[in-house]
Write a protein that binds this ligand. Structure first.
Ligand SMILES: Nc1nc2c(ncn2[C@@H]2O[C@H](COP(=O)(O)OP(=O)(O)OP(=O)(O)O)[C@@H](O)[C@H]2O)c(=O)[nH]1
Ligand SMILES: [Mg+2]
Length: 239
């Protein structure tokens, strides 16, 4: 399967080179698409240099910090247009272990959406403050109870979609950004009948670079799960 991993970046100059190397180490077949939002630290300029001697690297540059959700959607659309069949997403900051890309590929044989999960087989999060862990854990419980979606970790950002799943989702209608974006994509994939599997991953807090987490991300997600649920009820069972 032709595979590509979408990596959104905002000020990841300390990480981007090393993460690309780590990805190619385990998956030399995979392409990498960086979606950079005009990082002032020169992340995009660095990627551009690497593109000169590696055809597996792709770059989309946007004008300013336009948010994670739209960055992913731009990346997914690009990947579909270019004919990729397996479309991965991961963070640049080493919270996600590139070695897991191998297990994800194997699981794709009989699934349509692979979700890297911190909350099956216990809690696999390293170096998060307890407050953030609790927030994330309760956000997932809340999402599961309200939507009924059988996913233990619906807010994580380490995933792989078969292209067919993304084609069924109208990416131009997605407005959410942070946690909410991940929930919305999982929900829409689930409603469209995708075969979903969660694989246990170990999530490490970022060591290098700056966090972009904010309170708005939490409010957005809290509101979105109701919107998804009510949207489904009022569509009278339509998918
Ligand atoms: N293109 C783009 N990338 C972003 C934006 N915000 C965050 N990112 C990238 O998306 C990925 C996830 O963002 P993080 O800042 O790591 O979010 P997080 O994991 O919730 O929080 P921390 O790891 O604590 O910073 C990283 O690769 C970021 O560089 C954005 O507005 N645009
Ligand atoms: Mg992070």
């Amino acid at each position: 399967m032709r595979s590509i991993v979408c990596i959104p970046t905002y000020n990841e100059i300390e990480n981007i080179g090393r993460i690309m190397d780590a990805v190619f180490d385990v998956r030399p077949d995979i392409h990498i698409l960086v979606i950079d939002d005009g990082s002032p630290d020169g992340t995009a300029a660095y990627v551009r240099k690497r593109i000169a001697d590696d055809a597996r690297i792709h770059l989309i540059e946007r004008e300013g910090k336009l948010g994670l959700g739209t960055a992913y959607c731009r990346g997914f659309s690009y990947a579909l247009d270019e004919g990729f069949e397996a479309i991965y997403q991961m963070d640049a900051d080493f919270s996600h272990d590139p070695k897991d890309l191998v297990r994800f590929r194997d699981a794709l044989a009989d699934h349509d959406l692979i979700i890297g999960s911190r909350y099956i087989s216990g809690v696999n999060v390293i170096n998060w403050p307890m407050s953030r862990l609790l927030l994330s854990w309760f956000a997932n419980l809340y999402t599961r109870v309200i939507t009924g979606m059988p996913v233990a970790d619906a807010t994580g950002g380490f995933k792989c979609f078969r292209a067919d799943v993304l084609r069924k989702i109208d990416l131009s209608k997605i407005r959410s950004n942070g946690y909410a974006f991940q929930i919305e994509m999982n929900y829409k994939a689930w409603r469209s009948g995708a075969r979903i599997i969660e694989l246990p991953i170990i999530f490490m807090d970022r060591v290098q670079g700056v966090s972009k987490m904010s309170k708005n991300i939490v409010y957005e997600a809290a509101f979105l799960v109701w919107k998804l649920k009510l949207g489904t009820i009022f569509s009278f069972g339509k998918r």
